[in-house]
Design a protein around this ligand. Structure first.
Ligand code: ZN
Ligand code: ZN
Length: 170
């Protein structure tokens, strides 16, 4: 006998695969409709400068799996490490950044700023990148994938995510 998912007591925070998020003023609210493709913890100097912190935590997900629940973010063209620029999508009121689009995948993949998710604790990094410019006090947990600069997607992404990306870029 099966129950609708909402009634099933087994569906809790651990098994839920949607993620809601938003800016600090509440003007923009969004939902990630599934688990991300992959999660970067980026220690590059550009991310440090953009966030004012020591690294950025980005969940990569197909843009069509992100739906707006309230408001609409506004795009700010911003220089990027690659020289090709990025588009940072911000709340038009409080200006908090919600996600970026980079030249590589274009507008098809959102780099969601994990800190804007209500339950950011449900997302952990799959890889640490640009560790060559990591702040010395940041200690990467043992067993975590880490590379000095960027990485080969084929080597690190799980099969399921590579299939999703293939479908997306087709
Ligand atoms: Zn806002
Ligand atoms: Zn970075």
């Amino acid at each position: 006998m099966s129950y609708p998912a909402v009634m099933c007591p087994m569906v809790d925070q651990q098994t839920k695969t949607t993620f809601d998020g938003g800016c600090v003023c509440g003007g923009v609210r969004y939902r990630m409709e599934s688990l991300p493709l992959f999660v970067h913890c980026c220690h590059c100097r550009w991310c440090q400068r953009e966030t004012g912190a020591s690294y950025a935590l980005n969940a990569l997900i197909e843009a069509d799996r992100v739906s707006l629940l309230n408001g609409e973010p506004e795009m700010t063209p911003t220089p990027s490490n690659s020289g090709k620029g990025q588009e940072i999508w911000r709340c038009p009121k409080c200006r908090v950044a919600l996600w970026s689009n980079y030249a590589g995948f274009g507008s098809k993949v959102h780099f969601i700023r994990v800190g804007t998710l209500d339950e950011a604790n449900r997302i952990t990094p799959d890889i640490h990148i640009y560790t060559s410019s990591k702040q010395p006090w940041v200690i990467i947990p043992e067993g975590h994938a880490a590379v000095g600069r960027y990485y080969d997607l084929k080597k690190y992404w799980p099969e399921s995510s590579r299939t999703r990306l293939k479908q997306l870029l087709r």
